[in-house]
Design a protein around this ligand. Sequence first.
Ligand code: C2O
Ligand code: CU
Length: 475
Amino acid sequence: METLSKASALSRRQLLLGGGAFALATLAPHLSRAAPHSILRATPHTSQILPGDWPATPTWAYSAQNPGPVLRVKQGERLRVMLQNDLDQPTTVHWHGLRIPHAMDGVPDITQAPVQPGGNFLYDFTAPDAGTYWYHPHVNSSEQVGRGLHGALIVEERNPPKVDRDLVWVLDDWRLNRDGSIRDDFQRGMDISHGGRSGNLVTVNGRMPEALQVRKNERIRLRLINVANARIFGLNFENHDAHVIAIDGQPVTPHKPGDDVVLLAPGQRADVILDCTAEAGSSHRIIDAVYQDEATVLQNIVYADGAPVRESVPGPAPTLAPNPLAEPDLNSAEHHDIIISGGAMGTMQGAVYKGKYLPLDELIQDIRIWALNGVAAHTTAMAPMLNFALGKSHIVTVKNETVFPHPMHMHGHSFRILSQDGAPAPHTPWADTVLLNGRGTAQIALIADNPGDWLFHCHVLAHVQGGMTSVIRVA
Ligand code: C2O
Ligand code: CU
């Protein structure tokens, strides 16, 4: 990341030529010294994704890093990030999970014009909620995210809980050829119509995972972020009690996850407290166990020999202070339905596409075979699927009539997950992405307190390509 301090070593002339409004702003004397400024430069890059004796991988990257730089701000602090587009196609940055003003949301043709090659855009907002978030493009996302454009955004609590280490793990997978290059089959109909584009190499922070070296009685906060195009991760920490303390950035009652598996669909995050209570010198596996037929070891937890860092772990997992979210009133809430249809092996007969109803066999020719409330999207600039009265409580029942799971993400808001598949959701967590099981249902609730046209879409990015995007208008 090129920080301001580094940039200010450049000559005044370079700054003025390079950054337009941003350069001028950085020279203005009245800016608070604490305000974080960064430049994210989207460029082609080369990364050693495969182990060292394999070829390197040509990727796309923010500021020559895969994943992009970890951006950190304090809760309530202003973040200013200049996107510089040095790709040969338009792009934007979306701040996934952040409840920020519409104009900063990074959705092409709704919140801003796409940033053309050679162009730039200044994102400038205040982070309202502490937690673990991430950023990624919202143009041609399947390819841009799939080639490596994504990074973590950490909003630190005003009083962070005491831990020995705070680690960010960006979980991803890549579809690579033997020569290290990324397979450029981003238009593959099979992926779009089925479970999305999953890779053949899983990485943590852009590398094949190495062992997590720990010491006895250490307390680690793991911030897990699933940036993969389609892969769902389900992590089991063998012989350890991992406690989830936040979901999608938002604090939740500390708890052991169901079946001891931290489940993360694309777009989702979890903050986990890992207390290292096993014996010095021992080794344990972190097992990725979502896909039963291919349970794999993500990496090992390896204990150093020798004395523990303290006599025992420091008591129960900490409860994070709540973020300033308004609680929906379930009694007065308006009710809405969203129906997901389409995909392979589905029952969808047809959908409205470009304003006109088309039967399935015609939709298939454009590989637009997913629909939300009967509409297959061809662009983000759509008529709203639902209208939410500003300041009011809303309950949405999402019904998945397809056989595939879909992590459904809403922009601009967090919502409470009330129930899934008819059963109350444990801890009714706040979230920005809810995983619908195949033929499953979910009920979510929120106060629509952020005005604008907000995307509601699947975070399996090939499904977005296949039409699974919609707009909810809050006004
Ligand atoms: Cu992370 Cu609209 O998405
Ligand atoms: Cu989907």
